[in-house]
Design a protein around this ligand. Sequence first.
Ligand SMILES: Cc1ncc(COP(=O)(O)O)c(C=O)c1O
Length: 372
Amino acid sequence: MSNKIKRSYIREILDATDEDTISFAGGLPDKEFFPLNQLSKASKKVFKNADCLQYSKSQGIEGLREKIASIYTNKLGFKTSKEEILITTGSQQAFDIILKSLDSKQVIVESPSYIGALGAFKILGKEIKDFKKLSELEKLINSSNILYAISDYQNPSTNVYSNKKRKNIASILNKSNSTLIEDGAYCFLNFKNKVKTPISKLYENSYHLGSFSKIVAPGLRLGWVRAKAENIDNLLAAKESLDLHTSTFNQMLVEQYLKDNDLFEHITKINDAYSKKMEYMAKCFKKYIPSFKFKKPEGGMFIYGSFDVDSMLLAKEALKENIAFVPAEVFYLDEKSNEARFNFTNATYKEIKMGIKKLSSILDNYTKKINS
Ligand SMILES: Cc1ncc(COP(=O)(O)O)c(C=O)c1O
């Protein structure tokens, strides 16, 4: 049997693209909104203290953990203390750490699901089971497995769980005594700046993941886990075996940034801009590719819809012509799909128009080819 590990299809597309490619593939935020000046000012302050380049605590620096805990308490209505926060190197690292700290051999995911989580579960040899309806989840879940759920602006489907669905999932968890990993990577990216209470507030045996990637900048690689204090202890050994701790400098930088700036004013700006860009991409689809069926998202960074041709083959044709998007097959465990995910935050308005227009002629040529 080959030991070769399959890479993420999206990371491979990112490697295959160059400056001539119009990419709707990655989940990249709009770099126009990286708070460069504010971070630059914060970095000058941080550099006055040599501790910024020193080793630091595995759980993360206290000041930043306090700030994250207060976001939970004050913005998400979920009372949290700094003892319940562990800083991770991107929220991606949290999958590895959490799974290594638990005995569970099986993870349940909603279908389709985040490719980075599926990759992390596979590499750790976990058996993955998927569900579409809560009735299916109810049958699969038990006290020795784990549910992975993205409650807000799911990647890729863009779905958001209603408050009722959150309660239903919490009640299923309570009955089964399972473990919840709730991914909140996009939880603040609602176009109207509304947030919903995490399921984790309703179910104690949970790990809620958060990230500065989509609300400050992903290159800082700063994420976190919110969990019961006793579970945090179990995570530390796994974290230490990977990187001892997350970059001290980056943690101090973001702590300083949060002291000097109003993060939620910044998030409001991002949400306004993303809402407009999403509307523009939606308009381009309606004009140039009316056969692409989608529901406009209420937040997040993607438009997700369905072609009436094979989206995997179309994506391959498009990539030859320097247009990148993600065919949804890669988000499913074992299912053909004509769905596709388009990121609208990274490309400029001009690129969005050019890219969708060009994709329309690629689709026409492809349709003629398969019908001839
Ligand atoms: C749903 C979801 N979770 C987690 C991540 C990982 O983000 P990061 O490691 O940058 O915090 C991503 C990145 O795109 C994501 O879409």
